[in-house]
Write a protein that binds this ligand. Sequence first.
Ligand code: PLP
Length: 483
Amino acid sequence: MNYISTRGAGIGERHTFSDILLGGLAKDGGLYLPGEYPQVSADELARWRALPYADLAFEILRKFSDDIPVEDLRELTRRTYTAQVYCNVRDEENAAQITPLKTLGVEEGAPLSLLELSNGPTLAFKDMAMQLLGNLFEYALARHGETLNILGATSGDTGSAAEYAMRGKKGIRVFMLSPHKKMSAFQTAQMYSLQDPNIFNVAVDGVFDDCQDIVKAVSNDHAFKSQQKIGTVNSINWARVVAQVVYYFKGYFAATKHNDERVSFTVPSGNFGNVCAGHIARMMGLPIEKLVVATNENDVLDEFFRTGIYRVRKSAETYHTSSPSMDISKASNFERFVFDLLGRDPKRVLQLFRDVEEKGGFDLQASGDFARVQEFGFVSGRSSHDDRVETIRDVFQRYDTMIDTHTADGVKVAREHLQAGIPMIVLETAQPIKFGETIREALAREPERPAAFSGLEDLPQRFEVLPNDAQRVKDFVAAHTRA
Ligand SMILES: *Cc1c(COP(=O)(O)O)cnc(C)c1O
């Protein structure tokens, strides 16, 4: 398997899965993708139906990572996808499935269900990929006798998923910047209660954008970055995307009896990482009818899939919503899909994303490329705060099931794209406890709390408060990487 950049650099060069595992963008600013998508045969699809999650993950990942010895990969996937790690389930007996399918009911002739992706340690779907990344990083670093210091900024979900994936891992330290006193009590406790010596919570006196600016400033200091072996784990990381392909297969098998059936997926979307994995599953041959992109008020992606116009937003136009993990101004993985949509023409991708930087966007309606979107199964919709509250209430009353705000965006939009006879699977991306305020508003009751999280907010917390100053953060990192 060879990997190429969406902007064309390094054509003719060889990049293996391990080569791109620890990196971010390609050197031309593009994103990595496989030279071609591996195909799944009818025989394989039949055989995979009965596999436990970890072995399904092994079968799919090996198609993308032929440079990792198969016995090592099998061990890594079995260690990652265990019922002990994904234990925060609705129904105890489902823990072994890792991503259980929760049937809601039949609406307009379409079976409607939730694929539970948030039963891992931080109660959001990012654990699905990040837990694997933790084990892959540790493995790859050990093979080369290297170490890595991960620097990141978080407003909640990503940072905690990264910390829980990397805690206790040999050769890895995590420096995670978060805005001091700006996260919910639950999210703060989730991160700051970690006592592992390789995890450093840095509470910056500022807002989330300040944290992000510091990470950018540090990353632009190339000397410091290479001397301190600084890396990131953001959503463009290829291994994260490919790990997410697995549960589209798992969900398909759970919702169907035979491999000639088709299903649709609705994906609450922000940076387009999750639904990009669905696109890849479909390109591999999984019988997916529609990929429904659900956004909140930050509707960059919905606008594109309705009109062919991609127009990134400025920070001032980016709303803080009650589904905050989807509050994005541009979708960092979107370029991967555009590359496929344009017939894999790196020159045009380069031009379009130059236009994004220089003119704030591009228009594929005018060029005629937009017509091809439907060949890829994509449709979309958007949801508002009132829609979320209404949907949380409705799903609770009708199906006795409590859902979080992001999943509610998904259910709301899924209902606009039902087709009789085609199962609709909504990806459940977080548990309600993480966004308790809206649950109280919708249901006038407390969100359900998984047993392992009782008393979380009372645990001792370990964090360092630093001023909004990149130099001070650099000094802190340097002081803690000496040992
Ligand atoms: C990150 C996140 C999303 C958005 O996923 P993308 O891969 O960025 O599209 C949706 N819901 C929750 C709860 C998240 O944490």
